[in-house]
Design a protein. Structure first.
Length: 492
């Protein structure tokens, strides 16, 4: 289970963390386990021995240890082939052999525990019970303890060391029978286990003028702050989330599009922001005198925004929580809600549905405005029509503006929805806080999404295609990042 969970973390910087990745890893895991059980049963009957079990554990340790090395050295070749084939093939190559060997452990252990078959049922039940309990503990430890604190590479190496220590401990105990052998074996196992408690060193990297100034693991993917001579970038799980000039000026065009909010409800003073990122929307709201409650699911992202992107704790109210769970609480209502939550270039599907948008509508004051940022492949992306149709089911007025270079390019579409009119003002009063912002808003009048593309099926919780729609967009976005950032800076 630990290896399966690590698999998503190791592959997501290249393929995203979507349904395809999870389906491929679960399928390959089950296939490798089934094959390992079948082969292991035959091998156990033919030549099952304690030495064989130790050899399987040691070999599996080596295969687990080489996974990060294999990913780094061969992943580029998979990025050139069809997405589905790349996911399946890479999962088989990287994780299949180790999972196959680990599956063989069970049949061999059962054979050793019940050599005369008098208690084979009890032995098999006990071994599978302990194995399942270990999988539960490993999955919980990986998700709740290790991944938020250590890199996926380091966890891989540590688990390999743990397997190797277990094999060595068993070998020592067999070579030196009695209390001394057991003590020596236990000591080796404990020393191997302690590797998991050691903090992995974090190195600084630079190439082609880009420099990694901050790098840390988190529950939702590695967080990296990168700088060059003109800008500062926030990368989460290999995907670009925030881009600023070194003096804090936002460079993502969709931020300026979201800057329409104050003009769509003049006098609005309170905003709920779901998804903090580097805090661009908090600062923009402050320029208009808008107080922001920012809901961010990852405390490490909020810490990074304060530490590296000029955000100050007294500028906003931070809530560490899931956006939809926060929306379900009977707390204050807002003049504006901005939804800008992403995992890579894929929006969290539980925040993009009729039910989720209904919760947002309930938290808006009369004629309040909801703004939603969506990354799409082009103006013809079906996700545009589905989001528009879902919003139109709930709100009287819905508008959408694209921010790509042209209607057929990768870019953002920002939706606005309200029960009050959404007409753009003829004059920007009050004046935009940045001069370029005014020029951008003037040009935005020509960026409205063609109404022909604002129709589609309503997104429901029990029929939600958002992650499948966004998988190709995420892949295209990551290819764009790889063409811009050096490989050694973007990936670990």
């Amino acid at each position: 289970m630990v290896l399966e969970i690590l698999g998503t973390r190791l592959l997501s910087p290249y393929f995203g963390s979507n349904l395809y990745v999870w389906s491929a890893l679960i399928s390959i895991t089950l296939f490798a386990l089934a094959l390992g059980y079948w082969v292991g049963g035959h091998v156990a009957d033919a030549r099952g021995s304690a030495a064989l079990l130790d050899l399987i554990l040691a070999t599996a340790a080596v295969l687990v240890a080489v996974v990060p090395l294999l990913v780094r050295s061969t992943i580029r070749s998979f990025l050139e082939i069809r997405f589905e084939a790349a996911i399946l093939t890479s999962a088989i190559l990287y994780f299949g052999p180790a999972l196959f060997l680990l599956a063989m452990v069970g049949p061999v252990a059962i054979r050793l525990a019940a050599p005369d078959f008098n208690h084979v049922g009890r032995s098999a039940g006990s071994i599978y019970a302990f194995s399942t309990a270990g999988s539960i503990a490993g999955a919980l430890a990986a998700g709740f303890v290790f991944l938020p604190r250590f890199s996926a590479n380091y966890i891989c190496y540590s688990n390999a060391a743990l397997l190797l220590a277990l094999a060595a401990a068993r070998w020592l105990a067999r070579r030196n029978s009695g209390p001394a052998g057991a003590l020596a074996g236990s000591l080796v196992f404990v020393l191997g286990s302690l590797l998991l408690l050691r903090t992995a060193p974090q190195g600084s990297r630079s190439e082609r003028g880009f420099r990694v100034v901050y790098d840390r693991p988190s529950f939702y993917g590695p967080i990296r702050v990168v700088e060059d001579q003109r800008a500062r970038y926030l990368l989460i799980d290999g995907s670009l989330q925030t881009m600023q000039t070194l003096d804090g000026y936002p460079l993502f065009p969709y931020i300026w599009t979201l800057g329409l909010l104050p003009y769509l409800r003049l006098g609005g003073k309170e905003m709920l922001l779901i998804g903090l990122g580097g805090g661009d929307m908090v600062r923009l709201g402050n320029r208009f005198g808008i107080r922001t409650v920012a809901v961010e699911i990852d405390a490490a992202v909020a810490e990074t925004a304060v530490r590296h992107f000029g955000l100050h704790r007294d500028e906003f109210l931070l809530v560490i929580d899931d956006g939809r769970r926060y929306l379900g609480r009977p707390e204050q209502n807002f003049d504006f809600i901005a939804l800008d939550a992403y995992a890579g270039s894929c929006p969290p599907i539980h925040l993009f549905s009729r039910e989720a948008f209904t919760s947002m509508r309930r938290r808006l004051r009369p004629e309040g405005v909801l703004a939603i940022n969506v990354v799409v492949q082009s103006q013809r992306d079906p996700l545009i029509g589905e989001v528009a149709a879902t919003l139109s089911r709930l709100f009287s007025y819905v508008g959408a503006f694209r921010t790509g270079k042209d209607s057929d390019s990768l870019g953002n579409v920002v939706f606005f929805a309200s029960d009050g009119p959404l007409a753009l003002p003829q004059q920007w009063i009050p004046a935009p806080p940045y001069h370029p912002h005014a020029r951008f808003l003037d040009a935005l009048r020509e960026q409205a999404v063609d109404s022909r593309f604002l129709h589609g099926q309503v997104i429901e919780d029990d029929r939600n295609p958002v992650d499948l729609r966004s998988a190709a967009t995420d892949l295209k976005s990551r290819a764009t990042y790889r063409s811009y950032f050096p490989w050694s800076v973007l990936h670990y």
